[in-house]
Design a protein around this ligand. Sequence first.
Ligand SMILES: Nc1ncnc2c1ncn2[C@@H]1O[C@H](COP(=O)(O)OP(=O)(O)O)[C@@H](O)[C@H]1O
Ligand SMILES: N[C@@H](CCC(=O)OP(=O)(O)O)C(=O)O
Length: 377
Amino acid sequence: MSQTLVIKIGTSSLTQATTGHLALSTLATLVETLTRLRYQGYRVVLVSSGAVGVGRDRLGLTERPRTIALKQAVAAVGQGRLMRVYDDLFSSLQQPIAQVLLTRGDLVQRNGYVNVYNTFQQLLKLGVIPIVNENDTVAVDELKFGDNDTLSALVASLVEADWLFLLTDVDQLYSADPRENPNAQPISLITSMKQLEEFQVQTGDSRSGWGTGGMITKIEAARIATGSGVRTVITEGKYPQNLEKILQGEAIGTQFEPQIRPVNARKHWIANVLIPLGKLYLDAGAVKAISQRGKSLLAAGITKIDGEFTVQDSVQICDLEGQEIARGLVNYNRGELQKIKGLHSDKIPEILGYEGAETVVHRDNLVIREQGIGNWE
Ligand SMILES: Nc1ncnc2c1ncn2[C@@H]1O[C@H](COP(=O)(O)OP(=O)(O)O)[C@@H](O)[C@H]1O
Ligand SMILES: N[C@@H](CCC(=O)OP(=O)(O)O)C(=O)O
């Protein structure tokens, strides 16, 4: 089957740094490149930022909107403009496009996730290039992706992409922010996320004028995507034509190799898509049983509970210090767990007055976090 590509372009590449107006030549080259890739048989998804940046420019605002309501209003202005420009450019090349606006809430329900998956498959089958953005105008804080780097990684995983390209305003990843550290060393290849520690990569907190996440969210995106088996590249948005060269094997930008044993789709969904609503603290024995011996979580190992959650919600599973060691779906609500924590499973029917599940989190619904590196397995 033909390869699937997800390309994410940030505000810093779509707009001119000095004026804040659209970077028309970049956009035109991007559109030409993506259309050529379609002709070559690739399935293409574009994740485009820019709603806030373009809306701000359209309204003549000189500052980044600060309040949520203003940001959502500005995004509503900009998203329409942006799609108008894309549609004009792609239509000149006879390439149909579609607008897909998502919030995290759309993916949190397993059936919502499958629904979005089916829509993407249908669009790609029709030869359409879906253009995805966060639905900024309606997204509420709790159900936000927050930045399009994360969104693009989740989309890449959802559509089972072969490649994720993160187009930004630096040519690749450096050992430190090149804006602040002139001695920062370029990094071309990351074969495993462990290497980021070895290279001691620093991401500072700087980002381009209108960008949202900076480099840290791109690394997190690479972690999510490579964990799902998607090869990820950070490269410069100013030269979209480089995508073709990279696909032909040229070493441009920073490439992150996909994990050899990607986590399965359900575990990926638990680790990266669901929003945890509570925290369970475990004693040392339970930490070991879960992280080293692949066991399910039993009530006996739980020492403390935080948050409000109900059956089948996602919770963070932590050691006594609160360091997250795993994430999973609980078989009990908060009230029930308060009563049975620390107890042997045999005692559960007597305490609750009914036969509950033997495990608090079954190992099929549990993902383990590799300490230090942060990968899920
Ligand atoms: N280690 C690093 N390597 C490269 N760039 C970095 C690093 N740390 C921070 N950055 C900064 O990240 C910025 C890109 O992020 P961002 O502004 O969010 O872009 P975008 O709008 O494309 O999402 C760069 O301009 C750069 O200054
Ligand atoms: N959804 C927002 C973009 C959020 C975002 O991540 O921006 P960027 O860092 O420029 O990729 C918008 O369209 O303005």
